[in-house]
Design a protein. Structure first.
Length: 147
């Protein structure tokens, strides 16, 4: 049995929406100090609140790149409120699964999207519930523990 699905390998080898948006409406950056993955997500939002473009830069493993790529595909064309609901589980399912020890990459992708939305809200002066932007505890949620 293959460790990675064909979709994971495709998004790793041919990442969608990689790059930078110089005129981004929101930028989110998250990282995991234990594994070294860093994701930066850029979003462009139209006047109706729909994400019209999304790019990413990721420094990390193949799973980190694949989850970043898939997350961008899942939120482009969506209203910002809907993008905010993107879960790491949705990213994993869209990729046809990830090995258990790589689930933390999907958590980072979820958090990068949320961080970009938070930045968009901050830039636009849009009120929000801070609880929407509570990020996971790295050691618990990202699968890393001290041994």
């Amino acid at each position: 049995m293959a460790l990675y699905s064909e979709k994971v390998m495709d998004h790793f080898r041919n990442p969608r929406n990689m790059g930078k948006l110089d005129d981004a409406d929101g930028i989110g950056e998250v990282g995991n100090a234990k594994c070294g993955d860093i994701m930066r997500m850029y979003i462009k939002v139209d006047d109706e609140g729909v994400i019209t473009d999304c790019k990413f830069n990721t420094f990390g493993c193949g799973s980190a790149i694949a989850t970043s790529s898939m997350a961008t595909e899942l939120i482009i064309g969506k209203p910002i409120d809907e993008a905010l609901q993107l879960s790491n589980q949705a990213v994993v399912e869209a990729l046809d699964g990830l090995p258990v020890h790589k689930i933390h990459c999907s958590v980072l992708a979820e958090e990068a999207v949320r961080a970009a939305v938070k930045d968009y809200y901050d830039r636009k002066g849009i009120a929000y519930d801070p609880a929407q932007f509570q990020f996971h505890n790295e050691e618990e949620e990202h699968g890393h523990t001290e041994e």
